[in-house]
Design a protein around this ligand. Structure first.
Ligand SMILES: [Fe+2]
Length: 356
């Protein structure tokens, strides 16, 4: 089993490079570092070899820049804040350019990450998702850059939250929550007025925890007062948080999060934004093993934009028996539906063994 794309840490440093054979030792080490997903070369089923949403080089630079941004303190020299935020805007522009080049952009899996430096990975993932939503909405380049820069910095106020509250493994008590809920305002205080940034790019920072029904924070404003950039950031924030492993909880499967987010539209989240979001994200990402209503089971090998639950599936099993792989296109055969991900551990083990 070979690594298909470099595995990097939260500071953009390469841990394992492309082409390296994954030994049991490497796998154990990656497990200890709590890596959730990595790209491997699949020589048996070449269709399962998907490419990352943004290039490795850009990811590396983005994480490096975010590392600097999340080191800003009240004492940081204003000139340095200006430089760092300009770097963030450059990264935002590059994310927009890379994603805009992709026709019919549909996001399968965000990318490799681990639970260390969660904030940096999470901020980058949200920015990529927000860019995809903005592109789907046909926003102009300038607006996209403001949206993505704001999304990259949405949690910047957390640098002013005491680490013992920020990194507490258990639930926060009432007093700790009161402090935690200040991070949107603290973020705007930290950046606003000290950086050359369009005021609209501050809305994702200020309003990403506001809710459509008006019960969010910090200002408890209803949907019609929430800026569209903040509405987009809020949807992307919940999606990425739920699909991530955390110290206190494992990741939820993408298809469950997809359904959950859909159910929040018009309630906690803006209905129209959720509609757009569910067009750009795959309910069953490439590589997911699914069971079909016909008794067939196999891997999702391609998703179609706008048809979240009707992917192209490479059938590998029928009634739990291995068969010569063949394709089942759910976009063409509307009588067949996905009944759920395959959970039988034996079936998964059997298939994983073939990849080694
Ligand atoms: Fe936040």
């Amino acid at each position: 089993m070979k690594v298909a794309y470099p595995i990097i840490d939260g500071y953009g440093r390469v841990l394992i490079n492309t082409g390296v054979v994954l030994t049991p030792g490497y796998i154990e080490r990656l497990r200890k570092l709590r890596y959730q997903t990595i790209y491997i070369v699949n020589s048996k089923y070449k269709d399962l070899n998907s490419t990352p949403t943004v290039s490795f080089q850009l990811r590396q630079r983005a994480l490096d820049t975010l590392g600097k941004a999340f080191s800003i303190t009240s004492e940081t020299f204003p000139g340095n804040v200006l430089t760092i935020v300009n770097e963030v805007k450059d990264i935002a522009q590059e994310i927009v350019l890379e994603l805009a080049e992709k026709k019919n952009l549909l996001i399968d899996i965000l990318d490799i990450r681990n639970t260390d430096n969660y904030t940096l990975f999470h901020s980058l993932n949200i920015a990529i998702l927000a860019a995809a939503v903005g592109i789907e909405l046909a926003m102009t380049n300038d607006k996209l850059v403001d949206l993505v820069a704001g999304a990259l910095l949405h949690d910047i106020g957390k640098v002013k939250i005491p680490p013992e509250i920020l990194n507490k493994p258990g639930p926060l008590d009432d007093d700790e929550w009161t402090i935690m809920k200040k991070h949107p305002l603290l973020g705007v205080e930290l950046i606003g007025g000290r950086a050359d940034i369009n005021p609209e790019a501050l809305y994702p920072i200020l309003q990403h925890h506001e809710k459509d029904h008006g019960n969010g924070y910090p200002q408890r404003i209803p949907g019609n007062y929430i800026h569209p950039y903040a509405k987009i950031t809020a949807v992307c924030d919940i999606y990425d948080a739920m699909t991530s492993n955390r110290v206190y909880k494992p990741a939820y499967p993408p298809q469950e999060v997809f359904e959950y987010i859909s159910s929040l539209g018009g309630n906690e989240l803006d209905y129209k934004t959720v509609q757009i979001f569910t067009r750009i994200i795959a309910a069953y990402p490439v590589g997911t093993m699914v069971r079909l209503s016909t008794g067939e089971a196999g891997y999702v090998i391609k998703n179609y934009k706008g048809l979240p639950a009707r992917p192209l599936v490479l059938v590998t099993h029928v009634n739990n028996r291995k068969v010569t792989p063949y394709e089942a296109d759910l976009a063409r055969n509307l009588d067949v539906v996905i009944t759920g991900p395959v959970s039988e551990i034996d079936l998964i083990k059997e298939n994983l063994a073939e990849f080694v």
